[in-house]
Design a protein around this ligand. Structure first.
Ligand code: ARG
Length: 562
């Protein structure tokens, strides 16, 4: 049980739920008065006594024990002190026992979460705009798994639309098999771009015909489409591997083409479908939204129609408890409409659909590229960051082994971290310089801290110093702060999940690394007297475990040496 619940369970307040008390207990910014504080202002009205009196009553009645050693009232707050040695022993033992599972739990057992993320568009650039959805979704995937949920990662491929007819037409006119094979997604995309600027009206007509041919199952058209798709997928797969993300399903828009009709029929039956300028729509005016278009006047389906069919399919197939859509805030309206339509259809699970919206990522130096109208490919950003990481590492530690591998872990980690450190809804300007700052709020800083901890442990090993099971004595303030941070990791993971915010874990990693470094600088580890040294080594090892677990949940690797 965490401390907040522990304390709350020992407080009786007439008419107030234990949970409500637990939710109010907070860690004060200045812990000199106590490790936890319960503000009593909220209870004043209900209990008809002043907050000062209530706090005093709580303090007087609180049964202090080995875990919470004292309770004291100050100005309407009740402050609690934790048994620091007890907490240290409990936390370190738990981390030592659980290892790479420390922070995990079973709260999600028996529940399923679908996560729609990355959702790449076939034959289109995989650009910097796809970074957030890919790494946010990838991290949420790991976080929910860690909490015991069944997680289904879905890459809702953008693999349907008239653009594929255009692509075939462009390829037929200008394409060369060997060249496209070699150029991969870039060559495919170039054909598409060329079509959009150079296509004649005849080619436009031809493109429509090719699209129709794909639709009607024509062999050649489909073979070409599949080829373009496989080139795209081979390309993105390499990026997914480098970003440590994976998927359980690649059912994209095309997959739903034959699954739309039953949903459209149901809309009709329920009297929700109305005609508007020849199109079939669901009127959402009563909810202050434009109509949701289900079928265009020519009978064609839309992105939204496919999403509607996908939601029903996912519910049927996975019986999810939550279905998350990790998609940029530009699509806020789309998802609001989609969820509303499902709600109007009377589906109680409409409330389980969540749009996990995020802000834009741009490059600090990106203004130039935007002006030229060129897209910034995600792979280029990764490559660039790895190159820069290699340079920084070379300066810091020219003798480093496995330089290339470490640079990859550091550089790619910095790109991931750049997208995950801030609350997801914020727009982000990515700067290589800042992302690779060893002293900043960065993944490199955390990785470097891990390497530092690992190197201390390595020295202890070389000197054959045994420390496991060492008794924890009185703690210095820096040690106590670090222990406390370590003890808070499991709660942190849960908060990240419930708020769909990997940034909670990213921030935890930085602040815990800062606490480790304060401990490392304030307290001599290897030079300390034997008993103290052993306890500090245990603490070092536990910190390394917690930091490693935090980075792993973000999809970031931890080099052994840096
Ligand atoms: N491929 C779409 C895009 O790039 C994102 C799809 C998101 N998922 C969904 N189910 N709509 O905008």
């Amino acid at each position: 049980m965490d401390h907040k619940s522990y304390i709350a369970a020992r407080i009786r307040l007439e008419g107030v739920e234990t949970q409500e008390i637990a939710a109010l207990i907070a860690v004060p910014p200045d812990t000199s008065l106590g490790d936890y504080a319960l503000p009593c202002f909220r209870f004043a009205k209900l209990l008809r006594r002043s907050p000062v009196m209530i706090a005093e009553e709580i303090a007087a009645a609180y049964p202090a024990d080995d875990v919470i050693v004292s309770a004291a009232a100050v100005n309407g707050y009740c402050n609690f002190r934790v048994n620091k040695r007890g907490l240290a022993e409990e936390t370190l033992s738990r981390i030592e026992k659980e290892g790479d599972l420390y922070g995990s739990s079973a709260i999600g057992a028996g529940k399923t979460v679908c996560i729609d993320y990355s959702s790449v568009n076939i034959a289109k650039p995989f650009h910097i705009g796809h970074l957030s959805t890919t790494v946010l979704g990838g991290s949420l995937y790991k976080i929910f798994k860690f909490l015991g949920y069944d997680v289904v990662g879905i890459n809702h491929l953008g693999d349907y639309g008239t653009q594929f007819g255009k692509l075939i037409s462009a390829y037929k006119h200008w394409g060369d098999r060997a060249e496209v094979e070699k150029g991969g997604i870039h060559a495919v995309n170039a054909l598409y771009v060329r079509f959009n600027s150079e296509a004649t009206p005849e080619m436009e007509a031809e493109a429509r015909e090719y699209f129709r041919l794909i639709e009607s199952g024509d062999e050649e058209a489909n073979a070409l489409f599949e080829w373009f798709k496989s080139l795209t997928m081979a390309y993105v797969q390499k990026i997914y591997d480098r970003l440590h993300v994976s998927f359980d399903s690649y059912a994209g828009e095309r997959f739903y083409i034959d699954k739309m009709q039953p949903v459209i029929d149901e809309l009709k039956e329920k009297g929700l479908l109305v005609e508007s300028q020849g199109a079939q729509v669901v009127d959402l005016e009563a909810y202050g939204m434009p109509p949701f278009i289900v079928l265009r006047s020519d009978g064609a389906s839309l992105y939204g129609t496919r999403d509607l069919a996908a939601a029903f399919y996912r519910k049927r197939t996975y019986d999810f408890d939550k279905c998350l859509y990790v998609v940029a805030y530009q699509q806020n309206l789309h998802f609001k409409q989609l969820f509303k339509v499902i709600e109007l259809m009377g589906m109680p699970w409409a409330k389980d659909l969540v749009h996990v919206a995020y802000g834009m990522v741009s490059l600090e130096e990106g203004a130039m590229s935007t002006r030229k109208g060129t897209v910034v490919w995600l792979e280029d950003v990764m490559t660039r960051c790895v190159e820069k990481a290699a340079k920084v590492l070379e300066e810091k530690n020219p003798d480093l082994e496995n330089k290339a591998q470490v640079a990859e872990t550091v550089g790619v980690g910095a790109v991931i971290f750049g997208a995950l450190y801030n609350s997801k809804i914020k727009d982000i300007v990515f700067s290589y310089e800042k992302a690779l700052n060893f002293d900043g709020e960065t993944s490199v800083y955390v990785q470097y801290t891990c390497a530092r901890a690992a190197s201390v442990l390595e020295k202890a090993k070389e000197a054959q110093i045994a420390y496991m099971g060492a008794e924890i004595g009185d703690l210095t303030p820096a040690e106590a702060e670090l222990v406390r941070a370590l003890s808070e990791f499991p709660e942190t993971v849960k908060t990240a999940a419930s708020s769909y915010e990997p940034s909670v874990v990213a921030r935890y990693a930085v602040s815990t690394a800062q606490k480790f470094n304060k401990f490392y600088i304030d307290c001599k580890i290897m030079q300390a007297p034997e008993a103290v040294r052993a306890a500090r080594l245990r603490l070092t090892r536990a910190a390394l475990t917690a930091l490693t677990n935090a980075l792993t949940l973000l999809g970031i690797g931890v080099p052994e040496k840096m």
